[in-house]
Design a binder for this molecule. Structure first.
Ligand SMILES: Cc1ncc(COP(=O)(O)O)c(C=O)c1O
Length: 363
């Protein structure tokens, strides 16, 4: 079996966890601070506040920026549900925007149209989907022009770059996930990045029961703290992140050059983007996806359909009146198929996947 994801754990992660366990300081402490500083520095931000997950990181980013009940936040119709759920948690309302079918990311033209139609929108939450960075020149210019806060969902984009700037360094705040399938992991975990000191303080209050001084709670906060155990894994994974991404990019290049089937569209990467292939997602044309999936299953090849539905058509969303007009998302969700691209996939295995894809014949 060639799995669609496999976390990479070395002796270093295991030793780091054992050292934390032996120290007795297993909850949030010095190792978390070290991880926050190291990750923020890596991604080009001044501050990092580590959390329990990417979902809580997104929620904290929004709340720290003052997003709450009655506010509108423009976001993509096609992502993992957490991108939009985080908006709903704050009491705000998502305004969904369709994607660019070439990049799979939110379409900047449609963002402008949504902000024109919703002049009271407070924020824009973009997602660097599958590790493909959004066009941050255009998106930063739009956020500035319309005076909205910009939040980057970087859950799938650790180390991705737009014109040399790292994902997570462009917005007012950014959120990352360290779930095991991601480009690096802490087990479960997340982090919020920002450059503003006041924002960092707000985020830190939110993740720790609104408490700066011991047992004085300035506001209603949460327990969203990362543990030293998770941070110890994260520190070791961060050292290996560039290597992991290089392996993903190498596998992606093999797919790019090896897939020679007119029924398959390989990923489009615009100039200026450094894609880190959280997913290598192809388009299967002519309604042949199920047939290719059957071939994969017969040949022990893992795959993923990310994502089979738009967020606004999910059962939890569809009766809330978010609309249904996402033609690009509707097209792409029926074509998308993600191939095993993670650092644990060997060149031979990529070759096997390519052979199976190329064997899908025309009718
Ligand atoms: C785009 C996106 N946003 C947010 C999340 C939420 O992260 P987590 O699973 O760590 O809560 C994920 C990952 O699962 C994701 O892929």
């Amino acid at each position: 079996m060639i799995p669609i994801a496999r976390p990479q754990m070395s002796r270093a992660e295991k030793d780091a966890v054992m050292a934390v366990l032996d120290s007795g300081m297993i909850a949030c402490g010095r190792i978390v601070t070290e991880f926050e500083n190291a990750f923020a520095e890596y991604a080009g931000a001044a501050y990092g506040v580590a959390t329990t997950s990417g979902t809580t990181a997104l929620e904290v980013a929004l709340r720290a920026l003052g997003i709450g009940a009655g506010d509108k936040v423009v976001t993509t119709a096609w992502s993992f549900i957490a991108s939009a759920n985080s908006i709903l948690y704050t009491g705000a309302t998502p305004v969904f925007v369709d994607i660019d079918e070439r990049t799979f990311d939110i379409d900047p033209d449609r963002i402008e149209a949504a902000l024109e139609a919703n002049p009271d929108a407070k924020a824009l939450l973009i997602v660097h989907l599958f590790g493909q960075p959004c066009d941050m020149d255009r998106i930063c210019a739009i956020a500035k022009r319309y005076g909205v806060k910009l939040i980057e969902d970087c859950a799938q984009a650790h180390g991705a770059e737009w014109r040399g700037g790292k994902a997570g360094s462009f917005g007012d705040a950014a959120a990352f996930s360290f779930y095991p399938t991601k480009n690096m992991t802490t087990g479960e975990g997340g982090i919020v990045l920002m450059n503003d000191e006041g924002l960092e303080r707000k985020a830190r209050l939110l993740i720790n029961h609104g408490m700066e001084k011991r047992y004085i709670h300035d506001e209603i906060g949460y327990n969203y703290r990362m543990t030293n155990i998770a941070a110890a894994i994260g520190l070791e994974q961060l050292k290996r992140l560039d290597g992991f991404n290089a392996a993903r990019r190498k596998n992606a290049a093999l797919y790019d050059s090896g897939i020679a089937n007119p029924l398959i569209g390989t990923p489009f990467v615009p100039p200026g983007a450094k894609h880190v292939y959280h997913q290598y997602t192809v388009k299967v044309m002519d309604g042949r996806r199920d047939e290719l999936i059957a071939l994969f299953e017969r040949n022990g090849i893992g795959y993923g359909i990310f994502y089979p539905y738009s967020i606004p058509e999910q059962p939890a969303y569809r009766d809330r009146g978010f609309g249904t007009d996402w033609p690009k998302t509707d097209l792409v969700k029926s074509q998308a198929l993600s191939l095993p691209v993670h650092p644990g996939v060997t060149e031979d295995e990529v070759g096997t996947v390519i052979d199976v894809i190329n064997s899908l014949g025309s009718l």
